[in-house]
Design a protein around this ligand. Structure first.
Ligand code: G6P
Length: 375
């Protein structure tokens, strides 16, 4: 009801603004699971000790999820391979459950789910188990869910109840959990130096404050949303860690505004989507660093030559400036590996404010359900 919403118009907006708290709570909750990463003691059940043993035994990760949770998995792949050096495969649960795959018992099967009840993700987990993969871990927001019951290990996120069908705080808390999992795996493999561990943990503790200053960009995002509300198509581009962020930004926009949106890896622009660019196809570019910006400059000219308009979410330390046909919002800081948690927030706000401007049912978009418990 209205009382719960407080100053917010919709649950989605409230949940976007709850992210600093949700991340702080999630990190606090996970201290018990990875105490070695927080200079604490293993908890009573020895969860941490048994997780550590499992982590030492596995040499691959298979991530299974649906929807927004799948995109958090896609992000985690970059961390798991980059930091923990573990070959990682991310698969859409409904694909994995029905295809022939090559099982490897030394795999850590990681399911990611806000609800813990998504039918396809549960079925994919059971399929992996039936193929002899016993090491299972879930990153899940509901401690009492089927997913938590059926996985051996659980990283519980503490986003709190998420009402909006379009997932926001569940996504960023999943990312926080997955980053912590990456550090725990790196440590189990002996790949995490004391210096690196301290640097990563410091960056994680800074997240709530960093998120606050990103949320303060809302007025600039509202200006962008006034343009987007008039469009029927949008293209999102990202590279590396920010490619999944672009995918998630496009998903948020299509879910609640009904604008057709797609995301591409920026390097693929020339291999197809450039053909679609016109003055009515805005191009959102996520987090280009300076090196990428150099590459993007020619893409930008091509977009501009077709009358396309660029909306650039620039990293804190890039030098790109707004000009005719190029709108730049600069992030307050440069966030390194944790950047996806910050860069997704303006895209959530863009979808939200565009939906408000179009008058759609933000919290209950047509044809979609919060939790898909049937196939
Ligand atoms: C539905 C929801 C999405 C969610 C997806 C996966 O499509 O509308 O927000 O990302 O299910 O749900 P899960 O609970 O497994 O994360």
């Amino acid at each position: 009801g209205a009382a719960e919403l407080g100053p917010y118009r919709h649950y989605m907006q409230k949940e976007i603004f709850e992210q600093p708290r949700a991340i702080a709570d999630t990190l606090e909750g996970l201290v018990g699971i990875a105490p070695e990463l927080f200079d604490g003691q293993p908890d009573e059940e020895g969860v941490s000790a048994s997780a550590h043993r499992v982590f030492q035994q596995i040499d691959r990760v298979l991530i299974l999820a649906c929807g927004t949770s799948y995109y958090s998995g896609c992000t985690a792949k970059y961390w798991l391979e980059g930091i923990a050096k573990i070959p990682t495969q991310v698969e859409i649960a409904s694909e994995y459950r029905y295809r022939e795959s090559v099982p490897d018992p030394r795999t850590l099967v990681v399911t990611i789910s806000q609800s813990g009840e998504t039918a396809d993700t549960l079925a994919a987990l059971r399929h992996a188990q039936s193929l002899g993969m016993e090491h299972t871990l879930t990153v899940c927001n509901v401690a009492t869910s089927a997913m938590v019951r059926e996985c051996k290990l659980a990283y519980i996120t503490r986003a709190g109840v998420e009402v909006g069908v379009a997932s926001t705080k569940a996504f960023t808390t999943q990312l926080a959990g997955l980053f912590l999992l990456t550090l725990a795996l790196a440590q189990a493999k002996g790949l995490l130096t004391e210096e690196a561990e301290q640097r990563h943990l410091k960056a994680m503790r800074h997240l709530p404050v960093a998120l606050q200053s990103v949320l303060a960009l809302e007025p600039q995002i509202i200006t962008w949303s006034e343009d987007f509300a008039k469009m029927e198509n949008a293209l999102f581009l990202g590279r590396g860690l920010h490619y999944p962020v672009a995918l998630e930004g496009a998903l948020k926009l299509k879910e609640i505004t009904y604008i057709h949106a797609e995301a591409y890896a920026a390097g693929e622009l020339k291999h197809g989507p450039l053909a679609l660019v016109t003055s009515t196809m805005p191009v959102v570019t996520v987090a280009p660093n300076d090196q990428l910006l150099e590459k993007l400059k020619s893409n930008m000219q091509e977009v501009r030559a077709r009358g396309g308009v660029l909306y650039v979410l620039a990293d804190g330390d890039t030098r790109i400036e707004s000009e005719e046909g190029i709108h730049v919002i600069r992030m307050p800081e440069h966030y390194g590996e944790l950047s996806p948690l910050l860069h997704v927030v303006p895209l959530q706000l863009l979808a939200y404010h565009t939906a408000c401007a179009r008058g759609t049912d933000v919290d209950k978009p047509r044809n979609l359900a919060k939790s898909v418990t049937v196939e």
